[in-house]
Design a protein. Structure first.
Length: 590
């Protein structure tokens, strides 16, 4: 934890209530952003203290808590209003009071305690966002209860009842009104729910029981989102929270929930942390950057300020556990013992497959339109732990195709100039035992896509395009790292034939094949910094023009993170063959 905290020391304000970590912006103002930078390290510091480890700057945080809630102090965080970012950060303060009150609450002066109580409870006076934010109201009230101050059981119970309505089944939650099933299910809904289950079982036993049951239901599927190296499948928003992807496993351990064998939980969490320790995720001064596997503002959301990445520390909750806890006592299960094969989740429409060095998810897509680059985050066909996804930095320049980094996705154009990428999925789920999604950008175009895994390294896509006008259609495969590509000529990297193309680099191979025709194959040098994992990438693309009416296209995509690997024979799954037979589609290649 000291490695994360030490680089922050020079950036504390004089009154220790704020950290000024950078100048990039978020949709909230600087006061809330600097408060966020002050609070979010507590997600790692509070478990550290609760676990019996020393923290020499505890007095600095006590002073900051006092000054930040003092309206007469120049570093006052400001009053709380409706849908206020300050509500989000109350959760980190609450964790400190819940886990380590002797360190962060007891040393406060009586007047400071009164101010903090008044300020924290204003979260009951204003509406929060009707989503995972309701947990912040719950935690703030439970924290005040923990330290013997006023709190509202009514407010907590109402929030818990509303959160119950977000559960869809099998442990999956939507985030309020939005049908977004992503890492906010494990690192948000389950994480906070398990905190409540462990800390408030005495007053909310029914809710605690449900939170535990849902975690057990979710764990069996979620374990397939991690490959043998510990890397998780990047999917959805808020990728800058990085190793919060494994916060679910930490919360299960904290709540004493053996949702999987303890050795497996331990392996999933520790391999994940070890994998992230190899990634360049900090700036030169050691402060966590906005980005994923490297600093990259393109992947940020409107709510990502300079201190936002420190939510990653939620995964360090296991530090609070005693040495004799079953999590620490268990023998770490080897990655090779994880279950493999094709796993289908009816809720959400995910199909996952984990191999020794990759985990891949096929999905019909979701409508994540309130987030930047939501087409890339929710509407691509396949998501991989080894290759990640790319964002289309500019999809409107037909003479510069490298700018439209639509890997593992589809884009269309009516004039060859303005392009639309598959996004805003209107319907999705499991159909014919395959992942399925429907894209209807307007009244003149509907694209249905079915997906399933083929042979090793392959997945197959079947598209039905119904259009009122002719279309230009382009479809991408997986993007792979092209670091070092300047040392060889393109002829040594690319293999292009009618209807198929592949690219091999120093680290991987990626291929795409037209199963129903001879679409033109090209290799795209994606614009730099568009991929989450690699600053520079290649990916193969198929392109064609389709006529008005109904057109069926079938595509096979292949990728493995090994430059020595051979492209195996395509094995079209029986699910896809059955659908082809039903609609009279002839596959030219299998």
């Amino acid at each position: 934890m000291n490695g994360f905290y030490a680089p922050l020391r020079p950036w504390f304000s004089e009154g220790n209530a704020r950290l000024r970590l950078g100048v990039s912006g978020a949709h909230y103002g600087s006061a809330a952003a600097e408060m966020e930078s002050f609070v979010r390290p507590l997600w790692g510091i509070a478990p550290l203290v609760a676990g019996g480890f020393g923290f020499e700057d505890a007095a600095r945080y006590v002073e900051g808590l006092s000054n930040g809630t003092d309206p007469d102090h120049p570093e006052f965080w400001g009053p709380v209003g409706s849908h206020d970012q300050r509500m989000v950060e109350m959760a980190g303060i609450s964790l400190a009071f819940l886990l380590a009150p002797d360190t962060f609450w007891q040393p406060l002066a009586p007047a400071a305690k009164d101010r903090i109580e008044r300020w924290m409870l204003t979260i009951n006076d204003h509406p929060t966002a009707d989503n995972n934010w309701l947990f912040f109201r719950i935690l703030a009230n439970l924290a005040m209860r923990k330290v013997g101050r006023n709190w509202s059981e009514q407010a907590v119970r109402a929030a818990l009842n509303r959160i119950d309505e977000f559960h869809l089944g099998d442990g999956f939650y939507r985030d309020g009104k939005w049908y977004q099933l992503d890492y906010y299910t494990p690192m948000g809904m389950h994480f906070y729910g398990l905190l409540v289950a462990q800390m408030a079982d005495d007053i909310f036993p029914d809710h605690a029981r449900r939170f535990r049951q849902r975690a057990r239901a979710f764990a069996d599927n979620f374990q397939h989102w991690f490959d043998d190296t510990g890397a998780a499948i990047p999917y959805g928003r808020s990728m800058t929270y990085r190793f919060a992807q494994a916060a679910f496993w930490a919360a299960c351990a904290f709540a004493g929930e053996e949702v999987l064998p303890w050795g497996r939980i331990k392996g999933l969490l520790l391999r994940h942390l070890r994998w992230w320790s190899t990634q360049p995720i900090t700036d030169r001064d050691g402060v966590l950057s906005i980005g994923y596997s490297y600093p990259n503002l393109l992947v940020s959301e409107a709510y990502n300020a300079p201190g936002s990445p420190y939510w990653a520390l939620k995964t360090l909750l296991v530090i609070a556990l005693a040495d004799n806890h079953p999590f620490w006592q268990a023998q770490e299960e080897a990655a090779e013992e994880l279950p493999g094969g094709r796993v289908l989740a009816q809720t959400g429409g995910f199909i996952t497959r984990r191999t020794s060095n990759d985990a891949v998810m096929l999905t019909g897509g979701q409508d994540g339109r309130e987030h930047r680059y939501y087409d890339a985050k929710y509407s691509r066909f396949a998501y991989s732990s080894a290759f990640a996804f790319s964002v289309a930095s500019d999809a409107t320049a037909p003479d510069r195709p490298e700018r439209s980094a639509v890997d593992s996705g589809l884009m269309v154009s009516r004039d060859g100039i303005a392009w639309m990428t598959r996004s805003g999925i209107t319907e999705a789920g499991i159909d014919s035992d395959m992942a399925w999604g429907r894209w209807t950008p307007d009244g003149e175009l509907t694209v249905d896509t079915w997906l399933d895994f083929g042979g090793n390294g392959w997945h197959v896509r079947l598209h039905r395009i119904v259009t009122a006008a002719p279309l230009h259609v382009a479809e991408g495969g997986f993007a792979i790292d092209r670091t070092g590509d300047g040392h060889q000529s393109p002829e040594q990297w690319f293999d292009l034939k009618p209807g198929q193309g592949s690219v091999r680099t120093l680290s991987a191979i990626s291929a795409i094949v037209d199963l129903t025709g001879d679409r033109e194959a090209t290799i795209i040098r994606a614009a730099p910094n568009t991929n989450l994992r690699f600053p520079r990438t290649f990916f193969p693309r198929l392109a064609a023009r389709v006529d008005a009416g109904t057109t069926w296209l079938a595509t096979a995509a292949f990728a493995v993170p090994s430059p020595e690997a051979a492209i195996t024979a395509i094995a079209v799954p029986e699910t896809v063959k059955a659908l082809c037979r039903r609609h009279g589609i002839a596959l030219l290649r299998e």
